[in-house]
Design a protein around this ligand. Structure first.
Ligand code: GTP
Length: 255
């Protein structure tokens, strides 16, 4: 059974031919590697520099555990930590909250994001899972955040925790995004079984026509002609502002 996880985290049951959707928001301190992780997942490439003010959402068709899913990744660009979160809290199916293992301050900002998101997501609706990501694992020699610190924070908020590097292997980065989809599926199943438990206790039959959770919402996939172009800054010697850009064709992976 494929389940739509798009808006407001209702679990829409859609016909098998419709791909499910999963909206993943990438949060974290400036410089923690949100854009690098996003681009690595979308293109398998590590691009070193990005415009710090560039915030955009990138779709990618994936197959996770033999089930097709349209993953939409919102790469955020907050300047001052978890402020004006409204733009993504209701939209998100899951959150990747990123810090850099070589930057203690980014870990503290990450804790602020975990607390802010948890305040919003705890409640009757299916919870949007949080995945804690310690990035820049390749910078082990400059480590300022112990792996145990990350694990402790994750345990406190009952979320998954991974240490990865956007500039090392692709599979570890892809696994973080795929685990987010798996967690959303598990949460949707939990929510459905809880809902059916209440309904069976109330002995109230589900009216298939009225139950909003069964209302399918169909998403048109971008065709090559409609796919928007987004740019990702990449620079070597030049400053970030004048950097040559790597153009990603939105909606399709580039290898
Ligand atoms: N060594 C190393 N550097 C990384 C890694 N990921 C990102 N970086 C570098 O860290 C810097 C910031 O990366 P970004 O992806 O722009 O970080 P961000 O969180 O998007 O930062 P803002 O755009 O300012 O919000 C860049 O110089 C990247 O090249 C990593 O895994 N290892």
């Amino acid at each position: 059974m494929s389940i739509m996880f798009g808006k407001a985290r209702t679990c829409n049951i859609v016909p098998e031919h419709e791909p499910a959707e999963c909206n993943i928001v990438v949060l974290g301190a400036m410089g923690s590697g949100k854009s690098a992780l996003t681009v690595k997942f979308l293109t398998k490439r590590f691009i070193s520099e990005y415009d710090p003010n560039l915030e955009d959402t990138y779709p990618s068709e994936e197959i996770v555990d033999q089930q097709p899913v349209l993953i939409k990744v919102m790469d955020t660009a907050d300047q001052d930590g978890p402020v004006n979160c409204d733009r993504y809290l209701a939209w998100a199916s899951a959150f990747l909250i990123v810090y850099s293992i070589d930057n203690r301050l980014s870990f503290e900002v990450c804790q602020q994001y975990v607390e802010a998101v948890t305040l919003y997501t705890k409640g009757p609706h299916p919870e949007a899972p949080i995945i804690l990501v310690g990035n820049k694992l390749d910078m082990e020699r400059y480590r300022q955040v112990n792996k145990a610190d990350g694990a402790t924070l994750a345990a406190r908020f009952r979320c998954l925790f991974f240490e990865v590097s956007a500039c090392l292997d692709f599979v570890s980065v892809q696994n973080v995004f795929y685990e987010a989809v798996r967690e959303v599926r598990r949460e949707a199943e939990r929510s459905l079984s809880l809902r059916s438990l209440y309904i069976s206790e109330d002995k109230a039959p589900i009216s298939l026509s009225s139950a909003s959770l069964l209302t399918p919402c169909y998403k048109e996939l971008p065709t090559p002609t409609t796919a928007k172009l987004v740019t990702v800054k990449s620079s070597r010697a030049q400053s970030k502002r004048r950097a040559p850009t790597l153009t990603l064709l939105k909606g399709f992976k580039i290898f």
